[in-house]
Design a protein around this ligand. Structure first.
Ligand SMILES: Nc1ncnc2c1ncn2[C@@H]1O[C@H](COP(=O)(O)OP(=O)(O)OP(=O)(O)O)[C@@H](O)[C@H]1O
Ligand SMILES: [Mg+2]
Ligand SMILES: [Zn+2]
Length: 495
């Protein structure tokens, strides 16, 4: 007696198909599971047995063999329970095999037979579509997310006993998820008083997707400003919502479509692996969870050196490749970096006259700031504390108005580079093609190059920034004032 159910193993943020083969043979009662299972998968035997018995099914008193294929793919977690239970029921003639031909199944079983949520609902639903199955049965909590995929049935199952009703076609699938408008209750730039240069830097960063470093004394509003960047960014496009939701789902967040751009602010004790991802099986890190949104490193000087080093490649590539035994997995990580830091351990900064730090401690701290990431930072700004007049100021511009300008500038970039791409993402070749510098603009860039000793990368980053400033001003060409502002923004001081 034999049956095959279909399910998926989560690899990175995608789902790879897995066949659950169950064979019930003669011999003393036993349960063997093969196909690179981890401990949680091996323990499914206990959950499946109790769940079936407690739901009025028979548990076969024979030799049960479960094979999870392909054999070279590592299987982790309790998400295979439901498929194992269903194959067992079909092999022992308690539900029709037809169900297994139509639906993939994914879910963890509780001992009473209730079905629990598992990571990766959206990725699995996409897998179901590409396998041309009729649909997928998942925990109700996961169904809202899986329903983002059109053209398949997503059937919510509360309980393993529901497999009978699934066989009889009695459970209505959930409706395809609608993607509604973005809700607008993000922290708003209207809260930030004064600080015109800082506001301008946020606008430029938002417009071109540029990375931003804010340094300055405590209470200057660095954290506050960074938290307001998402409110300046355009809403996610439909495909981006799918990408962001797929990643959130793979990280175990069930629930419906993610309409908001991610804003990830990992603590400075974060390890390199937690930041960029990895492990077995490969798990997405913070950079992937920040895909299409903002990665905010607050108190940059406190981060581990190796963690910052690990960021260098993902920042440039927008994708990180994690190796595993059977090849490698690419995890998307197109995020915008914002970092904040005090200029020295005491926070006041050497130039303030109030710094009490030992000079060696200051240089160690600054080495960290300028070390790993310096040439990956587009805009670097020194933020002073706002003065009393600024704090008492009346109405300041709110995020919605700034976002209008940002979106107009992004429109130009989309036309130039392709839908959704930003100036910060331009390849060296695109920089040469789209950012020609002539006359005065070119002379200024060359002079700055000599003065600031820019690297090749520094030059390109500066030109991209000038391109964004020109786009915000609605200018086709890059003029001398755009270059001037760009050079200024790379090393700036809030006045
Ligand atoms: N420009 C400003 N307008 C209005 N409030 C401000 C401004 N700057 C700072 N504040 C107030 O000061 C508080 C502290 O600011 P914030 O935490 O952003 O400072 P910080 O520069 O990150 O300091 P630290 O270096 O200690 O992390 C804010 O929560 C806010 O209430
Ligand atoms: Mg802060
Ligand atoms: Zn100091």
């Amino acid at each position: 007696m034999f049956a095959i159910a279909r399910t998926f193993a989560l690899v990175g943020v995608g789902a790879e198909p897995v066949h659950v083969e169950v064979d019930i043979g003669g011999g003393l009662p036993s349960f063997t599971i093969v196909g690179l299972p981890d401990t949680a998968v091996r323990e499914s035997r206990e959950r499946v047995r109790s769940a079936l018995v407690n739901s009025g099914f028979r548990y076969p008193q024979h030799r049960v063999t479960v094979n999870l294929a392909p054999a070279d793919l590592r299987k982790a977690g309790p998400g295979f329970d439901l498929a194992i239970a269903a194959a067992l029921l079909a092999a022992s003639g308690q539900i029709p095999k037809l169900v297994l031909d139509r639906y993939a199944l994914a879910g963890e079983l509780a001992l009473d037979g209730a079905i629990r949520s598992v990571p990766g609902a959206l990725a699995m639903a996409e897998g179901v579509r590409s396998l041309a199955l009729r649909g997928v049965a998942v925990a109700s909590a996961d169904a809202v997310q899986a329903a983002l995929v059109e053209g398949i049935e997503v059937v919510p199952l509360e309980h393993v006993a529901g497999l009978r009703e699934l066989a009889d076609g009695e459970i209505p699938p959930v409706a395809t998820a609608r993607i509604a408008e973005q809700d607008d209750d993000l922290p708003d730039l209207g809260d930030l008083r004064g600080q015109p240069v800082l506001r301008g830097a946020l606008e430029i960063a938002a417009a071109g997707g540029h990375s931003l470093l804010l340094t300055g004394p405590p209470g200057g509003g660095k954290t506050m400003a960074a938290q307001r960047l998402p409110s300046l960014l355009p809403p996610l496009a439909a495909e981006e919502i799918v990408e962001v939701t797929r990643i959130a789902g793979a990280c175990g967040e069930n629930g419906g479509p993610r309409r908001r751009r991610p804003f990830r602010a990992p603590h400075h004790t974060v390890s390199a692996r937690a930041l960029v991802g990895g492990g077995r099986p490969p798990r997405p890190g913070e950079v992937t969870r920040a895909h299409r949104g903002v990665l905010f490193l607050d108190e940059l000087g406190e981060f581990r050196r190796d963690a910052l080093e690990a960021l260098r490649v993902p920042i440039e590539q927008g994708v990180i490749t994690v190796t595993r035994t059977t090849g490698s997995v690419a995890l998307p990580c197109r995020f915008q970096l914002v970092a904040a830091s005090n200029p020295c351990p005491c926070g006041e900064g050497e130039d303030s006259g109030e710094c009490e730090c030992h000079p060696a401690a200051v240089s160690r701290y600054q080495a960290k700031l300028s070390g790993a990431l310096a040439d990956r930072i587009d805009i670097s700004l020194h933020v002073k504390r706002p003065n009393a007049e600024a704090l008492a100021e009346g109405e300041v511009e709110r995020s919605a108005a700034v976002r209008e300008r940002v979106m107009a500038a992004r429109e130009i970039q989309s036309e130039r580079l392709g839908e959704g791409r930003t100036n910060a993402e331009m390849t060296p070749r695109e920089v040469r093609r789209h950012c020609p510098l002539e006359g005065e603009a070119r002379a200024m860039m060359e002079a700055s190059h000599r003065k600031l000793k820019l690297s090749g990368r520094g030059w390109d980053r500066c030109v991209k920034l000038a391109r964004t400033i020109a786009d915000l001003g609605g200018s086709d060409g890059i003029a001398v004032e755009h270059v001037g502002q760009a050079v200024q923004a790379r090393r700036n001081s809030e006045g």
